[in-house]
Ligand binder design. Sequence first.
Ligand code: GDP
Length: 299
Amino acid sequence: YQMGLHKSRSSFDNLKKLLDESDTINDDLFDAIEDLLISADIGVDTVLHFTNELRNEVINKQFENPSDLSETIVDKLFEIYLKDEFVDTTLSFTEGEVNVFLFVGVNGVGKTTTIGKLAKQYKDQGKKVLMVAGDTFRAGAIEQLYEWSKRAKVDFYQKDAGSDPSSVIFEALEKAKKETYDLVLVDTAGRLQNKVNLMNELSKMKRVIEKALPSQPAETLLVIDATTGQNGMNQAKVFNEATDLTGIVLTKLDGTAKGGIVLAIRHLYNLPIKYVGLGEKIDDLVPFDIEDYIYNLFK
Ligand code: GDP
């Protein structure tokens, strides 16, 4: 886990270096801090909020030495993420019930891979898991999910490409109830072209799920590719408006120096990052740990 995050640290290594090499706290230093945080994909709004808080703190605590800032920066990063609450990364799961996790997000972000990885984790805990091919728009998507179900050694439910996704989900849930599955992982199509369509599709799926199982879905997870920066932020905005999300899975954090999206998503949309993807293999998915994340930024 630590190893996978080393790339996200590079921008912050530079921040530490900047503090060490600066003589005074002045506007130039704040500008340089802002540039560095923006280049780490923290996003302009969140960065400006952050540096405002930092400026206030410098005045309050009468800091004069740039190296004094580093602890305050860590504290402020925690504040942005935690917002004085306990942020729970565990996925909601009730023993003895059919739990449903719905996965949303645009194509290519790593939805199928994430479902495969999670399926294996629950399977390893002895849970009976069913994967559902709710992305019926691409035959390839069904095939790919099927491959992951074999890798994770869990069951798989599909209908032909072109079927109504809600009918696939309906039938899969009938099976899940009858055969007492613990967990149903539902893939969905990632078409963002039209927000109204997206909203209609997602709410139809949710209605079908709620009708079959009133307390479900337990999780509606948006999968975002950490390497896509501002695009990822836009996806968070659109999906957050289209449906009730319970959290984010941030994939491909192994492939980017731009881990800052973690803070921006939480700051702007109040969505917790629950899991992070750190590679293409089945075990490369770990719960997000904010302490590890922030402390490692400065190592
Ligand atoms: P989907 O279209 O959203 O279902 O995306 P896929 O699951 O097919 O993933 C798209 C590509 O991203 C594949 O080549 C995956 O191997 C790759 N991928 C998924 N998650 C990760 C990750 O955490 N790290 C890396 N490096 N690659 C990933």
